[in-house]
Design a protein around this ligand. Sequence first.
Ligand code: PAF
Length: 296
Amino acid sequence: MQIAETIAAMRDALVAPVRAGAAVGLVPTMGNLHDGHLALVREARRRVGDQGLVAASIFVNRLQFGAGEDFDKYPRTFERDCALLREAGCDLLFAPDERAMYPEPQTFQVVPDPALSGILEGGARTGHFDGVCTVVMKLFAICSPTLAVFGKKDYQQLMLIRRMVAQFALPIEIVAHDTVRDADGLAMSSRNGYLTPAERAEAPALNRALAALVEAVRAARADAKNPPFGLEALAALEDAALAGLRARGWQPDYLTVRRRRDLLAPSPAELAGAEPLVALGAARLGAPRLLDNIEV
Ligand code: PAF
């Protein structure tokens, strides 16, 4: 695996494969890799084929961290990450430091529509998605990938990146990969490493709460005998799920059922009908903040 530490080196490394017609699959990461990331790398390989080039990036992007968030303590595990990427079949790694990525203050930024970027994760983390979209746009400008693979665990991030690519007419296919989970259902995340052993044992409760909410929504939608499933009934299910987590010692930011297409609340007709929905949750367990979602 070749490692490029500057924008110029990354562009150079891409010239020959692209001239030879290779498709480029990119997996953007902030490092501290786990099996979820490696599944994205393998998906990129599956998509671009043996003749294609699989690239990954490791960059802890200051722009997407708010004041008081974990930018400084975000785990940097570069040597281990390189070994894992090599094993997973990555050909080229872009690993700039901050000066290489942002040689001058990044005063031009991508500011997504607040209707999508200011709710849920964006409501809890002001400006987070401006930072994400800005760095992803810059990675796309540097790497010009044919496709880029993102995990569905960060559901809102994936939607924003899809919209950004569509609205800027970037010729890049955005590939969504299912969330990779530990055997007990916990969604893999670099931040799981912050959990104490007791918190780790408790952590799958977020996934269980979402799964129970999804089951209840499906059952209510399918129950033809009762009056149509309405917004009040949904709110009661969401409140019960939140209360259940609080009773176990969690501090939830949200646990809610939204439309898949824009993450807004469904109308009564959509809720009672067949509108595709998704249950999303974010909650703090001690210091770590965990995130998960399940499509309904
Ligand atoms: O999902 C992540 O790890 C980050 O938000 C990303 C997409 C690499 C941008 O920094």
